[in-house]
Design a binder for this molecule. Structure first.
Ligand code: ASP
Ligand code: MG
Length: 421
């Protein structure tokens, strides 16, 4: 059996959903198909949560936008307006409408998970019903019956043993049937032992595919994307991108770590542990090869990769009395970053200062800087870019640093990184 994953862009409108059906039809294997929320639904649901908790009176209105979006897709997919799916989707919305009429009674992260998880329930119900309607027989599986997590809402940790046991019990019998089995399920969400819905962190659907593949010992995982595979740079910045045909798990983790956004970094580990190959392929040209990620390490260095992060801030921290920044202050500084939930993209230290490059965040960055200023002398520089080149040479460095002022430069054997203006 194989695991497929379709992200938000691959189900963002009726034609996209129809295309998912075309891609599935090309395969005769047993399939577990993991699907994200449609288009930008997760962002929309996050706005519903914000409005609900900030009591700005816009929660119902924000929810209505999401409802209209889904009903437009439904209307385009189903000629028969009496199909039971219309009622089912309507009822799913009614549940949140009721919820946001009540006063919030629990903490932010819990409420977030209960509301935002609905995006994946809606998308999978619609896709499953559509596929059955056009003769692609499938079973809808509530992933909360199989992926068990702890109760760290918004960033739940998987209980691997229990999840494996549940997946074997619930999913395997369906796959054992003689005919092709197609199981449609949700990415991103899971269930705590108290049976409340949890989420695995934004962009977590890739990871869900990794979890299912690991527990089912899948033959392979395919992530279907709107790009031909993993490219050596984001086409937003380069018009002459090259597809990486075959890279190792290690290289994929490195690229994801430095910010290549094609696959969620957590996805690789479970696949690597069981040596399950990962394909990244285009849902527009599903017969093309795409990128293969597996154990192979031969080809990693054939094509240099470029990862751009814009809107960076370089924060330079030193002791108020010019004393050395020692281990004690470093652990204090890291504590502050973690307290404000700011992740560090690059760091560098000198005798008297410690510099960190982070994504600029309207909310978090100024607060973080104020907190640091209580104990240290802090200087910062905004509006910068951070460029990482894997498998660099002088030519590739010249290409990205041309006419730029370099503030920080770091090189290791395979990787060169520049913070520039
Ligand atoms: N729908 C979720 C998100 O947008 C999960 C995913 O797409 O991977 O973050
Ligand atoms: Mg079967």
């Amino acid at each position: 059996m194989k695991v497929f994953k379709f992200g938000g862009a691959s189900v963002k409108e009726a034609d996209a959903v129809k295309n998912v059906g075309e891609v599935i039809k090309l395969h005769t294997d047993d399939l577990v198909v993991v699907i994200s929320a449609m288009g930008k639904t997760t962002n929309g649901l996050e706005r519903v949560v914000e409005s609900y908790l900030n009591k700005d009176g816009k929660a119902q209105e924000n929810l209505q936008l999401i409802k209209d979006f889904h009903f437009t897709i439904l209307n385009d997919l189903f000629d028969d307006k009496n199909h039971p799916i219309f009622n089912e989707i309507h009822n799913t919305f009614v549940e949140i409408e009721w919820e946001i009429e009540e006063e919030p009674s629990r903490e932010y992260d819990y409420i977030y998970d209960q509301i935002v998880s609905v995006g994946e329930l809606l998308s999978t119900k619609i896709v499953s019903a559509y596929l059955n309607n056009v003769g692609i027989v499938n079973t809808w599986q509530d992933v909360r019956d199989i992926i068990q997590t702890d109760n760290t809402h918004r960033n739940a940790k998987v209980d691997w043993d229990l999840t494996e046991e549940l997946i074997q019990k619930v999913v395997s019998p369906e796959l054992k049937k003689e005919t092709q089995s197609i199981i449609i399920t949700q990415g991103f969400i899971g269930s705590s032992s108290e049976l409340f819905t949890t989420t695995l962190g934004r962009e977590g659907s890739d990871f869900s595919a990794g979890i299912l593949a690991y527990c089912l010992q899948a033959e392979s995982v395919t992530i279907w994307k709107d790009v031909p595979g993993m490219l050596n740079a984001d086409p937003k910045w380069f018009d002459d991108t090259t597809k990486l045909d075959n890279i190792s798990y290690h290289e994929a983790v490195e690229l994801a770590y430095y910010g290549a956004s094609v696959i969620h970094p957590k996805t690789i580990k479970p696949l690597h542990n069981k040596n399950i190959p990962l394909h990244v392929k285009s849902f527009v040209s599903p017969n093309n090869e795409g990128t293969l990620i597996n154990e192979n390490t031969q080809d990693d260095s054939l094509v240099p990769s470029f990862i751009f992060k814009m809107n960076q801030v370089l924060i330079s921290i030193s002791a108020k009395d010019y004393s050395f920044v020692m281990e004690d202050s470093l652990s204090h500084i890291f504590g502050i970053f973690s307290q404000y939930g700011v992740s560090i993209n690059l760091m560098q230290n000198s005798a008297i200062s410690f510099s960190v490059c982070v994504d600029f965040d309207q909310q978090k960055t100024p607060q973080l800087i104020d907190e640091l200023k209580k104990s240290y002398k802090v200087l910062y520089n905004g509006d910068l870019e951070l460029v990482t080149i894997r498998h660099y040479d002088q030519k590739t460095i010249d290409r990205v640093t041309l006419k730029k002022e370099i503030l920080v430069e770091q090189k290791s054997r395979q990787t060169a990184r520049f913070v520039m203006k």
